[in-house]
Write a protein that binds this ligand. Structure first.
Ligand SMILES: [Zn+2]
Ligand SMILES: [Zn+2]
Length: 135
């Protein structure tokens, strides 16, 4: 079981599954949405992600019409994103996870649009756009 929460603690969730993939996205939308060099997300099964509390605090913002970025309206923490065409998948913002876990399957995407000041200092795979086989 993976648990997590937003910065203010108003939103709390449980994920009845494992984190099996870590996507580090450097695109300009993710950078702005997080206020950081990149976002760390994992695709998780919507049916197994449960809001324990704070469902009413969640708001969404759509930078593009088909993708909702869901965040806590009290503190601003991004919680997950969801694409309309993929209702079974949520992309959980891993900075909000409290459970210690390890996952070797990590990779960088959209490195072609990373910030000029950022230096990627690990040897994980890097893809200029989306990961192969994904959009
Ligand atoms: Zn919050
Ligand atoms: Zn992105």
């Amino acid at each position: 079981m993976i648990t997590g929460s937003c910065l203010c603690g108003g939103v709390r969730y449980e994920y009845d599954g494992c984190i099996e993939e870590i996507s580090l996205c450097h695109c300009s939308q993710c950078r702005k949405a997080q206020g950081s060099a990149y976002v760390a997300v994992s695709p998780v099964d919507s049916a197994r992600l449960r809001m324990v509390r704070g469902q009413e605090l969640l708001r969404e913002y759509r930078a593009v019409p088909h993708k909702a970025r869901v965040f806590c309206s009290n503190c601003g923490s991004p919680i997950y994103s969801a694409r309309d065409e993929l209702p079974g998948v949520r992309r959980l913002r891993l900075g909000t996870v409290e459970t210690a876990f390890e996952c070797a399957n990590a990779y960088h995407i959209h490195v072609a649009s990373k910030a000029a000041w950022e230096r990627i200092g690990d040897d994980l795979p890097q893809y200029p756009g989306a990961a192969p086989g994904k959009s």
